[in-house]
Design a protein around this ligand. Structure first.
Ligand SMILES: Nc1ncnc2c1ncn2[C@@H]1O[C@H](COP(=O)(O)OP(=O)(O)OP(=O)(O)O)[C@@H](O)[C@H]1O
Ligand SMILES: [Mg+2]
Length: 307
């Protein structure tokens, strides 16, 4: 756990800026909307398996009858579409430019899972005028009308432009692997969430474990320091085994549960997908989509996002 203790020294409090706020309320805030659960998968360190997890859990939830829309929100190097064997022609930047409507950029993937390709365009969202934002988010709201789970594949890291986006979700899933650097970075992320974003809690997914026991132990240790130093409880969501077949799947552009449905890893992913689909939103009891875009419109993004 020395890795986590070191993280304590790395992020001084004065580097945490408050969220910008104060734009006027949107005219239709509070209008009842269908319940869409907005879930973000993120991590402190990159390369821990977020995109694979989003693709696999999205696929499994969709196969079990949930209406799932995946948002590729990794503005660095979004590759969710590639993992799912798709090549979308258009993305969010076309919507922002007014060339396409939101419905037109969404692509259908395996198992009826749908993708909203936004890795290009997501950062532009924050540079728009209020009217442009309302237009884009109204389109998003319409799309979310028939979505049960809106699952966001976020970029890694603790910068404001990553976290401002993740915190628009009802639930934040932090992915960690047994590597010490991944654990340190996960703790750093939790620290920023708890201090800058008024105590946002998160659920932990431990990826690439040798055993469930290893995942639970990593959670136990992380939770211990999070409770002690941050005053937050980190909930254990689940562990995913290290499985080399996942690399084969990436090469074949297929999700694990589709290509190797009867393996232990696929069973584990299906179980986590069931758990995710059954989540009751407690953290922010607002109706799904409303919360998502009200947050962006009313609170805005932090200053670094707008500059
Ligand atoms: N459970 C696993 N077992 C074995 N390999 C895995 C597992 N999960 C992910 N990987 C491998 O780890 C690599 C990184 O996965 P992925 O791209 O999903 O991570 P990421 O967190 O989305 O990365 P980035 O931060 O760059 O977006 C891939 O090569 C993937 O095949
Ligand atoms: Mg990724």
């Amino acid at each position: 756990m020395s890795a986590i203790k070191n993280a304590e020294k790395v992020i001084p409090l004065n580097r945490l800026r408050p969220l910008a706020g104060g734009t006027p309320p949107v005219p239709w805030a509070g209008v009842p909307r269908p319940r869409t659960r907005v879930l973000a998968v993120t991590s402190g360190k990159g390369g821990v398996g977020k995109t694979n997890i989003v693709a696999n859990l999205g696929y499994a939830m969709s196969r079990s009858g949930q209406r799932v829309l995946l948002l590729d929100a990794d503005f660095g190097l979004g590759n969710l579409d590639i993992l799912l064997g798709m090549a979308p022609k258009f993305n969010l930047s076309h919507v922002i430019a007014g060339e396409k409507r939101m419905e037109e950029i969404i692509v259908d993937g395996p198992g009826n899972v749908r993708i909203l390709p936004a890795s290009s365009g997501i950062q532009e969202l924050t540079h728009l005028t209020r009217d442009q934002k309302i237009d884009v988010l109204t389109q998003l709201d319409r799309v979310l009308g028939d979505v049960d789970v809106f699952l966001i594949d976020s970029a890694a890291g603790i910068s404001a432009n990553v976290l401002d986006f993740s915190v628009t979700a009802h639930e934040i899933f932090v992915v960690v692997t047994p590597e010490p650097t991944s654990i340190t970075d996960a703790y750093a992320l939790m620290k920023v969430l708890s201090l800058k974003y008024t105590g946002r809690h998160c659920k932990l997914m431990v990826n690439m474990v040798a055993s469930e026991l290893e995942g639970r132990e990593i959670h136990r240790q992380l939770n211990l320091v999070a409770e002690k130093f941050l005053g937050i409880t980190v909930e254990y969501f689940g562990s995913i085994p290290y499985d080399e077949r996942l690399t084969t799947c990436v090469k074949r552009q297929k999700v694990m549960a589709e290509f190797f449905p009867e393996t232990e890893t696929s069973r584990c992913l299906r179980q986590l997908a069931r758990k995710m689909a059954a989540l009751t939103i407690t953290q922010y009891p607002q109706d799904g989509a409303t919360f998502f875009w009200d947050h962006i419109l009313q609170n805005g993004m932090s200053s670094s996002m707008r500059s």
